[in-house]
Design a protein around this ligand. Sequence first.
Ligand code: UDP
Ligand code: MG
Length: 329
Amino acid sequence: MKVHEAIDLGPAGIEPVGDGPALSVIVPVYNEEPGLAALFARLYPALDALKIAYEIVFIDDGSRDRSAALLAAQFEARPDVTRVILFNGNFGQHRAILAGFEHCRGARVVTLDADLQNPPEEIARLLAAMDEGHDYVGTIRRMRRDSAWRRWASRGMNQLRANITHIKMTDQGCMMRAYGRNIVQLINQCGEMNTFIPALAYQFARTPTEIEVGHEERFAGESKYSLYSLIRLNFDLVTGFSIVPLQWFSMLGMTVSVGSALLVLLLVGRRIFIGPEEGGLFTLFAIAFLLIGLALFGIGLLGEYVGRIFQEVRSRPRYVINAILERRE
Ligand code: UDP
Ligand code: MG
């Protein structure tokens, strides 16, 4: 069920906060020192060319290089349109974006990676799609420039997610997206610890759409996602949005139990009518190991959900802000 059927925001939903600008651009930054200068050099002219009031909210996600200093310098250079949120540790890309959502004031919000993989010039096309009445604009990367295994893995995950969560996203990996203020407000009301913002937004969107955008190689530095953190992110996406895996697992458990019950009956029958047998011992081993493997997987899956509940009930802050650099109105 789509949540927006229950919550009606009325037709507005695109008003800025107070006298906020027409557009907020949110950029999470984690150890991006080598590429930041190039980002500034392309992002600001691209936004100036739009001829609308805008703000850029950078979130430094606890970088250990000089990213925070570069952001502070950029704030000095363009204080009229720049705001910088400095985290006091590394909380992850999605929490950084959530902080941006909570602090931005624009009527429309665009999220962007700091590594120039999403060309800033494409923001105009995202806004054009919003002009057509869409409150959420997703993106599909044209000619994706990532390693083959990343493309292959994300295709598989896209498929699994589509089946389990009913969230329709052709390309879940691209974070360059545009959100209406109504969506951002709804996301701000969700206190979830670990979430996947495009999926959350999709659930709230009334008129979501997708457009194709260009994709470039990382300008400098390297991807912050290891195989492990990509797997974690996908658990957030699947177990954070659906209990179908649990339901599948209980169905599997049921089928396996019926199968093993039949096997026991068969073996008892043979014991009575034919006599005891030692042959086939290793077949039993194989079956037992399979069942043990399944049970372990089930415990792990349960653990995913229990861990999620644990994090929610502790209700610690999602992120801690050290300082915010912004011009006093
Ligand atoms: N990022 C972040 N915190 C993290 C990891 C990444 O703020 O813990 C930022 C990073 O600086 C970049 C964006 O999130 O702006 C996407 O990261 P990356 O380019 O490494 O991901 P990929 O494009 O490889 O999926
Ligand atoms: Mg990237």
